[in-house]
Design a protein around this ligand. Structure first.
Ligand code: CUA
Length: 309
């Protein structure tokens, strides 16, 4: 799946279309006004220019014109932005997103069993269907922004806000935290992955399952290392360790595109590097380094996590 530019000017959803239109119309109007001012300036610098009547210019260009233009732009943008209000329609898929320093916890309700499914840093959605995101923050104020799909919405501790998203076509859309939230604000990215509806249903059913049992000796050893290193103090792997939810749920971590909230592409090497020294990759992150772990165990642990798909 290709990743389009993370840009307001490359909309891929209904809300983003409206916002893209705002950007172009306001830019266009601003450019016209700028050109008009420059033309008047050039005119006034001409040697033998006729003296202008200041009263007429102040009232006309200084008061009447801005009032007229701003009123038109305000009226137009208010009318258009009525479409941007979060709406929880009956058919919308509800997903809960909690922002944390510095990652995103994403929860779905399993349509079959009704239980919650937790994942991280990736919001998978069905293409062509409206999705309602219930937004919350666990620690400080964050803001969710996926420019190609919708506007940004602040996420405030203790308060649930909402945002509707809709991707018309399957694809990967990058987003990021848009409110300064501490040292690693810049490394708080996420991906919205829009899938064909049937593919999405299959993915959700897969996510609802507990972790897959290792099929080889190396990942088998990795599972033991996970427990020895007490990774469950912060992480849950359903079916293996009902740990805490301090860090991302790892039940299907191998199926995610990236780790560390958009920091590294997800593969065995990146997982090993991250576990060995997260502080070197993302200083200040709450995950401690797995100090004292030997190379063999680290390799096994990374191999185990990689096959959790
Ligand atoms: Cu979270 Cu900035």
């Amino acid at each position: 799946m290709s990743e389009p530019l993370q840009s307001v000017l490359h909309p891929a959803g209904a809300d983003a279309e409206v916002i893209g239109q705002f950007a172009w119309v306001l830019f266009g109007a601003g450019a016209l006004i700028f050109l008009a001012v420059m033309a008047l300036l050039a005119l006034s610098l001409r040697r033998h220019a006729q003296p202008l009547r200041p009263g007429v210019w102040i009232a006309g260009a200084g008061v009447a014109l801005p009032v007229l233009l701003l009123t038109i732009l305000l009226g137009w943008s208010t009318w258009r932005s009525a479409r941007l209000v979060p709406q929880m329609s009956g058919n919308a898929l509800a997903i809960s997103v909690t922002a944390r320093m510095w990652w995103w916890e994403v929860r779905y309700r399993d349509p079959a069993g009704g239980r919650e499914i937790a994942t991280a840093n990736e919001i998978r959605i069905p293409a062509g269907r409206t999705v309602y995101l219930g937004l919350n923050a666990a620690d400080v104020i964050h803001s969710l922004w996926v420019p190609a799909l919708a506007g940004k919405r602040d996420m405030i501790p203790g308060r649930v806000t909402g945002l509707t998203l809709r991707a018309e076509k399957p694809g990967v859309y990058r987003g990021q935290c848009a409110e300064y939230c501490g040292a690693q604000h810049a490394h708080m990215a996420l991906h919205v992955v829009a899938l064909a509806p049937a593919e999405f249903d299959a993915w959700l059913a897969q996510q609802a399952r507990p972790a897959q049992a290792p099929a080889a000796a190396l990942p088998e050893r990795g599972r033991a290392v996970f427990l020895e290193q007490r990774c469950q103090s912060c992480h849950t792997i359903r079916g293996v360790a009902a740990g805490s939810s301090l860090g991302p749920d790892l039940t299907h971590v191998g199926s995610r595109l990236q780790i560390g909230a958009g920091l590294l592409r997800n593969h065995r090497g990146a997982l090993a590097g991250w576990i060995a020294d997260p502080q070197a990759l993302k200083p200040g992150v709450f995950m401690p380094a797995a100090s004292g772990i030997d190379g063999e165990s680290l390799r096994a642990l990374a191999a185990y996590l990689e096959q959790l798909r």
